[in-house]
Design a protein around this ligand. Structure first.
Ligand SMILES: NC(=O)c1ccc[n+]([C@@H]2O[C@H](COP(=O)([O-])OP(=O)(O)OC[C@H]3O[C@@H](n4cnc5c(N)ncnc54)[C@H](O)[C@@H]3O)[C@@H](O)[C@H]2O)c1
Length: 358
């Protein structure tokens, strides 16, 4: 099959840095333009990556008929508007998580998306991390047997994130911005989660930043067959850095169990009669973490834009797509409702409330 080269425009040059690096290192992508309202940020990236162009105007970038795909890394509260504008300009979209900051925008976006005939791909980066990719391969090969329990975690001291203005404004929540990684992994293995129940608490460290939405959450979820997911998140307290996994996903099945772990790129498996094994992908550290520290992780973006290009070549829908993104947001909304009411909440009831059940 012919491998086409796709032309990319990027908006939001904080985390957008990772996809810039990915596009520049890819044989499948040409980076055509980048956009940020902060000119200092544009200049910083221009000098870092040595490209010529940038623009402060999203409209101008969208008018460029050369661009096939827009990648969106603006603050959560702006994703809905920025996706909509890109679709209306006839572009495919890659949008970082969360696709939207509220389900209220979902119906309007659905209408625009249907009229556009374009793809919307949600950059759920954790799916594209090395240990998670190996776990998925083993799952699809049936090595776990029947999986009936999934445990996912995203536990980190992420108070640094609250230095960003928009993270202390309405529309930001730890659930939508951070815990979505753990929820998405659970949903990847149990796509038909129908009911959720959990508790959330806002700690004094969280309140010190003026946030009232919970920073500590524990949930159980079940799918249509009664399979169970356990999902946990904590974001403003010191962690046991040397043993806490950051993000992790454990699958327990009739034939075997595995755990993919973010920190240290580890993948633990036990598929009897094999003995338990720990697979380390530490040698890939420089591929995943290309910049200072580990807060940017461009390798995942590299993996997902190569995958996105392959999907475009084949005319296949890249996953998670807009519909899956809306289902994940419905699960998050059900989680919010459960924390507020102290009761289990059905995901379908939330979808009905927002006119999304069909
Ligand atoms: N694992 C992941 O996939 C991952 C990791 C980190 C961040 N993110 C996501 O990336 C998004 C941005 O996060 P961040 O950490 O880079 O935030 P940030 O505040 O560091 O960067 C956002 C950038 O968007 C720019 N911006 C704001 N409004 C704009 C507008 N109207 N037009 C053009 N540019 C605009 C800002 O000037 C800023 O440079 C968030 O949605 C976040 O969830 C995803």
């Amino acid at each position: 099959m012919n491998k086409r080269i796709y032309k990319l425009g990027v908006i939001g040059l904080g985390e957008g840095r990772s996809i810039i690096s990915a596009a520049l290192q890819s044989e499948r992508w040409d980076l055509v333009n980048v956009c940020d309202i902060n000119e200092e940020m544009c200049k910083l990236r221009r000098d870092e990556f040595g490209f010529r162009r940038y623009t402060l105007s999203y409209e101008e970038m969208l008018q460029d008929s050369e661009i096939d795909v827009i990648a969106i890394y603006t603050p959560d509260q702006l994703h809905g508007r920025h996706i909509q504008m890109a679709l209306e300009a006839g572009k495919h979209v890659i949008v970082t998580k969360p696709m939207l900051h509220s389900l209220e925008e979902a119906n309007g976006l659905l209408r625009v998306w249907k009229a556009s005939g374009k793809y919307v791909f949600v950059g759920q980066s954790s799916r594209f991390f090395e240990p998670m990719l190996h776990q998925r391969e083993d799952f699809l090969a049936g090595r776990h047997g029947e999986v009936d329990t999934v445990e996912t975690f995203y536990i980190a001291d992420s108070r640094w994130f609250l230095q960003k203005d928009w993270s202390r404004q309405r529309g930001f929540s730890w659930l939508y911005n951070f815990m979505i990684h753990a929820v998405d992994l659970a949903k990847w293995y149990l796509p038909e989660i129908e009911e959720v129940f959990g508790y959330g608490h806002s700690s004094s460290s969280n309140r010190a930043y003026g946030l009232t939405t919970p920073d500590t959450m524990r949930f159980v979820m079940k799918d249509k067959e009664g399979r169970i997911a356990q999902v946990a998140g904590s974001y403003t307290k010191p962690t046991l850095q040397h043993i806490d996994p950051g993000i992790s996903c454990t699958l327990r099945g009739t034939k075997g169990t595995s755990r993919a772990v973010y920190s240290n790129l580890l993948y633990h498996t036990h598929f009897p009669p094999e003995k338990p094994v720990t697979h380390s992908f530490e040698e890939k550290f420089p591929y995943y973490f290309r910049f200072e520290g580990t807060s940017h992780h461009a390798g995942e973006y590299q993996n997902y834009i190569e995958y996105f290009a392959d999907c475009l070549d084949k005319g296949e829908t890249p996953k998670p797509d807009l519909m899956e993104g809306i289902h994940t947001l419905s699960i998050l909304t059900a989680m919010e409702r459960s924390m507020e009411s102290g009761n289990p909440v059905k995901v379908n009831d939330v979808m009905k409330e927002f006119g999304l059940e069909s």
